[in-house]
Design a protein around this ligand. Structure first.
Ligand code: AMP
Length: 122
């Protein structure tokens, strides 16, 4: 089970940020890095990760400074603008065991490109 209490500097997204493993970049600024999910669940499946060390959405809400939180949210919007998702999209962040979080670095899934259907079927 992953630990979302203590940040692991060797988690896979930390390695992507350090360019130790490759990724397909979609967008980057001072606050976030956005890249294609390796196992897409929809025609558009992008992961948007803060560059700061947040284990999960819990950390982000509790420890993120106002500028980081604001700029992260604005950056997610920037990615959906770049991708021109005019017919809509879904943003998900999984937290902990019941949320089925696999990677202990906060990430937002941005899904689109088809009718996504019920949230319960994801
Ligand atoms: P979660 O279950 O919310 O933690 O989602 C983790 C996501 O990371 C999954 O959708 C994986 O397909 C994705 N993933 C894992 N390793 C990589 C990688 N090296 N590059 C891109 N996406 C990845």
């Amino acid at each position: 089970m992953i630990d979302i209490e203590n940040y692991d500097d060797n988690n896979i997204f930390a390695k992507i940020l350090k360019k130790e493993i490759p990724s397909k970049k979609i967008f980057e600024n001072d606050f976030v890095y956005a890249f294609e999910d390796i196992n897409p669940q929809a025609p558009v499946h992008i992961l948007i990760i803060p560059k700061s060390k947040f284990c999960s959405f819990n950390d982000f809400c509790e420890k993120g400074d106002i500028k980081t939180v604001y700029e992260t949210i604005r950056s997610i919007n920037k990615v959906r603008q770049i991708l021109n998702l005019k017919s809509g999209y879904r943003i998900i962040t999984n937290v902990g065991k019941f949320g089925c979080q696999e990677v202990p670095h906060l990430h937002f899934h941005l899904l689109s490109g088809t009718m996504l259907g019920s949230i319960m079927k994801l």
